[in-house]
Design a binder for this molecule. Structure first.
Ligand SMILES: *[C@@H]1O[C@H](CO)[C@@H](O)[C@H](O)[C@H]1NC(C)=O
Ligand SMILES: *[C@@H]1O[C@H](CO)[C@@H](O)[C@H](O)[C@H]1NC(C)=O
Ligand SMILES: *[C@@H]1O[C@H](CO)[C@@H](O)[C@H](O)[C@H]1NC(C)=O
Ligand SMILES: *[C@@H]1O[C@H](CO)[C@@H](O)[C@H](O)[C@H]1NC(C)=O
Ligand SMILES: *[C@@H]1O[C@H](CO)[C@@H](O)[C@H](O)[C@H]1NC(C)=O
Ligand SMILES: *[C@@H]1O[C@H](CO)[C@@H](O)[C@H](O)[C@H]1NC(C)=O
Ligand SMILES: *[C@@H]1O[C@H](CO)[C@@H](O)[C@H](O)[C@H]1NC(C)=O
Ligand SMILES: *[C@@H]1O[C@H](CO)[C@@H](O)[C@H](O)[C@H]1NC(C)=O
Ligand SMILES: CC(=O)N[C@H]1CO[C@H](CO)[C@@H](O)[C@@H]1O
Length: 492
């Protein structure tokens, strides 16, 4: 099972070159790194039951519109800092980018282990609009016009300058820069890569864990990957369930929805999308057996597979309301705003429409392009649809012309088809291959279901696959930080 792909042929040269360079210059540090890491991972000091390392919010005055010459409005943006491991005053600063959800603190994941090793401070900035960083008290479509990845990247740049100045002032230093490194998982993994692309002078390098840098309109590979990750047996049960549910929707919609505790989903597409996602998350977050074993068992025992799936969904996927378009239209800041905000980004910039492929799909064929476009229009109004070509033109998609960016992916993660999966010079890509390796496994371990930020590599079916990629990550951070420091600037 365990297989690590290093680089595909066009990129071997680049990676090899870096490797040789590094062996000559800082070989001692490398062995130290590995040993230290092993010791730390077995160290009981690393309290994995603690969800957040800090939840003490700090605030920063951010510019609302980075691209207007005359709009000088500001809003309060939330951030966190962790100086516990910081080797003052010269240590590196790890900027952990928060993505498309509320950011309640600095989570206790593998990044904390790396930070300790490098004597790094960790700072994290909540994404504009999410959580407590909303510029407006009402999230109308008009008020969402400053919600974009471009604005978010400029937020990060402005924050990076502000924090550097604050830290320098604290230590009475002038004209000195600490070396920075940026990190992110998923959408924030894409932001991490794009930050290094657009602001190479502000960070020594970037880790884009499951970073979805390619905007995809009809994202059929997503459903195909679910089928592949499930394997033939589980896949065919999932397909049977889809077919039975589609039939029951035609005859007794209310009954089948209530079986899943989803009566509130009046639009059939919302219901079918919810059912598809409930299965997706099992694979995305590294818990395939929890879903597949009971389904396959039910099938073999001749039981009703729809009932078996309903049991799974009700026990493990309690997110019905975020699929309800009626709720998605709610513009108030009360309750959970994440779903509305992310759909806005989906409907304007990145799409990733998780449509059923025309053949052999796991999800219902009714989850199609039309469903997504109708949702965008219904929730946000006329004229709101994603221009993925413009997004890919701006960032380059998988042809991103960056440098010093590590891309990592999990073998069972459906999102990896929107990430950069092949190495290129100065941008190594690694895949973690194992039975429950999903989204962000390098930082979060396995399993992380349902949706928890922690994780423990010893719970992956191949801890060694995770371990090897983690060593590669450390190797790259070490290398790029040292190049940054030796050049006396935050970038080369
Ligand atoms: C990870 O999980 C294993 C087994 O569940 C446990 O023995 C180990 O202490 C955990 N490691 C960490 C770092 O939490
Ligand atoms: C780990 O953190 C949890 C939650 O903060 C706490 O209850 C527990 O006592 C801690 N354990 C250790 C060994 O420090
Ligand atoms: C942010 O702006 C407010 C109002 O203008 C001001 O009172 C506050 O001191 C500013 N905070 C920071 C951190 O600059
Ligand atoms: C935008 O939000 C503000 C409150 O922050 C509200 O007063 C205003 O009406 C909203 N604008 C629109 C067009 O809804
Ligand atoms: C910075 O300078 C101030 C004023 O000279 C002094 O009080 C403070 O202790 C210094 N801080 C550090 C960390 O050196
Ligand atoms: C997406 O799929 C729809 C429906 O199959 C099709 O009409 C459309 O042309 C596709 N768009 C792209 C950009 O592939
Ligand atoms: C449809 O899917 C089946 C099963 O995976 C496959 O055998 C067949 O070749 C596919 N047909 C097309 C047109 O892709
Ligand atoms: C690891 O697996 C064990 C046994 O299945 C489980 O009890 C534990 O909660 C898991 N740990 C994590 C961090 O998921
Ligand atoms: C770096 C790496 O191993 N990339 C692989 C990720 O998965 C795709 C599809 O299976 C391969 O084509 C890549 O080589």
């Amino acid at each position: 099972m365990e297989k690590i792909f290093f680089s595909s042929s066009p990129s071997v040269f680049g990676t090899l070159f870096l490797f040789l360079f590094w062996t000559i210059t800082i070989v001692d540090a490398s062995f130290l790194s590995t040993r230290l890491l092993d010791r730390m991972m077995t160290n009981s000091e690393f309290n994995s039951s603690k969800k957040y390392l800090t939840q003490e919010a700090l605030w920063f005055n951010q510019t609302l519109d980075h691209f207007s010459p005359y709009d000088h409005r500001q809003f309060r943006q939330r951030y966190y800092e962790l100086l516990e491991h910081f080797r003052a005053p010269d240590g590196p600063i790890f900027l952990k980018i928060c993505g498309e959800s509320e950011c309640p603190g600095i989570s206790n994941d593998y990044l904390a282990v790396i930070a300790r090793k490098f004597g790094a401070a960790i700072v994290t900035l909540e994404h504009r609009y999410y959580g407590k960083s909303s510029p407006f008290k009402s999230l109308t479509t008009e008020n969402l016009s400053f919600l974009s990845s471009k604005q978010a990247l400029s937020d990060l740049a402005a924050f990076r300058q502000y924090y550097q100045e604050t830290l320098s002032a604290k230590f009475n230093r002038t004209a000195v820069e600490n070396p920075w490194f940026v990190f992110g998982v998923s959408y924030s993994g894409a932001l991490s890569a794009w930050f290094r692309l657009k602001f190479p002078h502000l960070t020594c390098g970037s880790l884009a864990s499951s970073g979805v840098v390619l905007a995809v309109y009809n994202f059929t590979e997503f459903d195909q990957q679910i089928g592949e990750s499930a394997g033939p047996e589980c896949k065919s049960v999932l397909q049977e369930i889809t077919q039975l549910v589609d039939e029951r929707l035609a005859t007794d919609a209310k009954g089948v929805k209530s079986l899943f505790g989803a009566e509130e989903l009046k639009i059939d597409g919302d219901f079918l999308y919810f059912l598809a996602d409930a299965a997706v998350t099992a694979f995305q977050y590294g818990n395939p057996d929890k879903l597949c074993i009971p389904l396959v068992q039910a099938k073999k025992a001749g039981k009703d597979v729809v009932d078996a799936y309903a049991t799974y969904v009700k026990e493990n996927y309690n997110y019905v309301e975020s699929y309800n378009q009626k709720r998605l239209k709610d513009t108030s800041l009360k309750g959970d705003t994440d779903a509305r905000l992310w759909w806005f980004q989906v409907c304007t910039e990145v799409a990733y429409f998780q449509v059923a492929p025309s053949n052999d799909s796991v999800r219902s064929p009714k989850v199609d392009t039309r469903y997504h476009l109708d949702l965008c229009k219904n929730v946000f109004g006329d004229g709101v649809y994603p221009d993925v070509d413009a997004t890919n033109l701006y960032y380059g998609g998988t042809d991103i012309a960056g440098s010093k960016i590590v891309f990592t992916n999990g073998s069972q993660d459906p999102w990896r088809h929107a990430s950069k999966q092949t190495s290129s010079p100065e941008m190594p890509a690694y895949i973690i291959t194992c039975h429950n390796c999903g989204h962000g496994t390098d930082l979060r371990g396995c399993p992380q279901s349902p949706l928890s930020p922690e994780g423990n590599a010893s719970n992956c079916t191949s801890p060694d696959a995770v371990h090897k990629v983690r060593q590669k990550i450390i190797y790259n951070i070490d290398l790029w930080l040292s190049q940054c420091q030796s050049s006396g600037r935050s970038s080369m």
